[in-house]
Design a protein around this ligand. Structure first.
Ligand SMILES: Cc1ncc(COP(=O)(O)O)c(C=O)c1O
Length: 209
C-alpha cells in the first residue's frame, strides 16, 4: 500500500466492508509535493520580481481565494465589466461592494474610485489581456488612478503571463507602469494562469495577515 500514489483510508479506523473510505496521499508523497510546490512558488516569485507566490489548483480557485482573502464587507471593488466569471464569483463571495466600470475605461474606473472614498479599503480589479476580446487593459492609467486614490490594483494575468512583457512577465510589466506600489503574485492555475496583486504599501500592510 505504501508504494501506491494514493491510499484508501477507512474513516472509522476499521477495515471491514461497512467502512467508508477516503483517499489520501501517503505522508512521504505529501511532503514531496509540498517541497516541490514551495520550490515552484519561489521560482515564480523570483521570475516576476515579487516577494512571494502561492500555487493553487486552478485559476478559478485562485480568483475565489484571492477575492475572499483580501476583500470583505465594508470594502469596495471597482471591476471591469468584461472580467472573467471567476473574478465575478470571487467578488460575490467576498461580500465587498462591487462597482462595475465600462470595459477598458480607466476614466470611468477613476471616477468610481473617487466616489468610493471613505470605504474601509478600495480595490480595482481587471484582467491584463482580456479572455473575451483579447484586448489589453489600460494598466498604466489604472495603476495611476489607484495610486491617486489609495486603492489596490488586482490584475489577472491569466492570458498574459509567459506571453507578453519583458521575459514574459505579463501585462503589468509590459505596461511600463511604475514598479510601485508593491506587486505580489497570488496564484497560478492549471493553465498557467496567474493573478498579480498590486497594492499600495498602506493597503498592503493592512491586507497582509
Ligand atoms: C482571465 C481568466 N481568469 C481565470 C480563469 C480561470 O482559470 P482556470 O480555467 O484555470 O480555472 C480563466 C479561464 O479561462 C480566465 O480566462
Amino acid at each position: 500500500m505504501n508504494n501506491r500514489c494514493i491510499q484508501l483510508i477507512p474513516t472509522d479506523g476499521g477495515d471491514d466492508d461497512e467502512s467508508v473510505y477516503y483517499l489520501q496521499y501517503p505522508p512521504e508523497r505529501e511532503e514531496q509535493q509540498r517541497v516541490a510546490a514551495a520550490a515552484v512558488e519561489r521560482q515564480l516569485a523570483s521570475w516576476i520580481g515579487a516577494g512571494g507566490s502561492l500555487l493553487l489548483p486552478s485559476g478559478y480557485q485562485a480568483n475565489l481565494t484571492l477575492m475572499v482573502a483580501i476583500a470583505g464587507p465594508g470594502d469596495v471593488v471597482v471591476s471591469d465589466e468584461d472580467n472573467h466569471a471567476s473574478l465575478i464569483d470571487g467578488l460575490r463571495l467576498s461580500r465587498a461592494r462591487v462597482k462595475i466600470y465600462r470595459h477598458g475605461d480607466a476614466e470611468h474606473a477613476a471616477a468610481l474610485l473617487e466616489q468610493s472614498r471613505g470605504a474601509r479599503r478600495v480595490f480595482c480589479v481587471t484582467e491584463s489581456i482580456f479572455s473575451m476580446g483579447g484586448d489589453l487593459a489600460p494598466l498604466a492609467a489604472l495603476s495611476e488612478a489607484c495610486l491617486q486614490h489609495g486603492a489596490g490594483l488586482i490584475v489577472d494575468e491569466a492570458h498574459a503571463l509567459g506571453v507578453v512583457g519583458p521575459a514574459g512577465r505579463g501585462g503589468f510589466a509590459a505596461s511600463g507602469a511604475a514598479p510601485e506600489p508593491l506587486v505580489a503574485p497570488s496564484g497560478i492555475s492549471s493553465s498557467s494562469d496567474s493573478i498579480r496583486l498590486t497594492l499600495p504599501l498602506s493597503s498592503m500592510s493592512s491586507t497582509r495577515t
